[in-house]
Design a protein around this ligand. Structure first.
Ligand code: SF4
Ligand code: SF4
Length: 299
């Protein structure tokens, strides 16, 4: 695994102000999420749709949903007040690419009005292959894909259904489609020079032993960073329980899986599982402050 100092200059430049891709940057730079994407095209057993997508955020939190125009206004307004803001991401509250019009309208507006901000997106990957070209045209160079399994038998225990062409797929057929789409999407992104981060939710008894295999596959695919996140399964977080009352991993279990997988891809250890409308450095949320203040003027 390469340390940051060993990275090629071009890559270092691209991650140096992105708090999720660079551990140093997360002390100095802030990112903001705008919750413009309400729908989702799959079901994860651990997800409660009343709350934010767990791809990139802490479950049990309801973000204020914004229209693309509201989101663009809010970004410009926050950027004026938070000079360390460097990245704007779309991570829900559903799946960014299950709402392509809203997502792309938002990204396009931000790029036009605030071209210095980096654009970022997080997705379950189902609709990724068909959107890679648009993402690249919009200058989205950082994409996160949530990959919990590379074996349909394991995936079927995590995702009960996935949208297929004209119908819903269930069981292993669903997982197989999701995995195929994720792999094809990642392949196209890497080919186009995007920096791909993969999030995996560690679910004890389901994919804990399997994540080693996931990490090996990611290495072969040229993924830049792997973020293994613990399942958050507390009733107060509204987690839906389709996983037979699965428990959260202990900190020791999480550390052991990260260590086992860390030889394959750079391992992210500074993730703080923030909310889908978070504002600030990782682990800090200035979002409520901006909620209390008056809304920004229209463009
Ligand atoms: Fe929920 Fe996100 Fe999974 Fe969709 S991708 S079911 S919003 S956790
Ligand atoms: Fe960071 Fe993920 Fe948000 Fe991008 S989408 S800014 S990687 S938390």
């Amino acid at each position: 695994v390469q340390e940051a100092d060993d990275l090629p200059e071009g890559v270092r430049r691209r991650i140096q102000d992105h708090p999720c891709y660079s551990e140093q940057a997360h002390h100095h730079f802030a990112r903001m999420h705008v919750a413009v994407a309400p729908a989702c095209n799959i079901q994860c057993h651990y997800c409660n749709r009343k709350y934010d997508c767990a791809n990139e955020s802490r479950p049990g939190v309801v973000s204020r949903r914004l229209t693309p125009a509201e989101a663009i206004d809010r970004v410009l307004w926050v950027a004026e007040q938070v000079p360390e803001l460097s990245v704007v991401g779309i991570a829900g509250p559903g799946d960014a690419l299950a709402n392509p019009e809203r997502t792309f309208q938002t990204l396009e507006g931000i790029r036009r009005h605030a071209p210095d901000l980096k654009l970022c997106l997080s997705t379950n990957g189902l609709a990724l292959p068909e959107h890679v070209d648009t993402l690249m045209e919009l200058g989205v160079e950082h994409v996160t894909v949530t990959v919990n399994a590379v074996d349909p038998e394991v995936g079927a225990r995590i995702h009960p259904w996935v949208r297929g062409p004209g119908c819903r797929l269930h069981g292993e057929a669903a997982a197989e489609r999701l995995i195929r789409q994720q792999q094809e999407g990642i392949r196209r992104l890497v080919e186009r020079g995007a920096l791909v981060k993969v999030n995996s939710v560690l679910i004890p008894g389901i994919n804990d032993r399997h994540l080693r295999e996931v990490a090996r596959a990611l290495r072969g695919q040229g993924v830049f960073l792997h973020n293994i996140m613990p399942l958050i399964a507390r009733p107060e977080h509204g987690t839906r329980f389709g996983l037979d009352g699965r428990r959260e991993p202990t900190p020791a279990e999480l550390a052991a899986v990260r260590d086992a997988c860390g030889g394959d891809v750079r391992m992210m250890r500074h993730c703080r599982q923030c909310r889908a409308d978070a504002v600030g450095r990782l682990g800090e949320d200035l979002g409520p402050r901006f909620e209390r203040e008056p809304p920004p003027p229209a463009l």
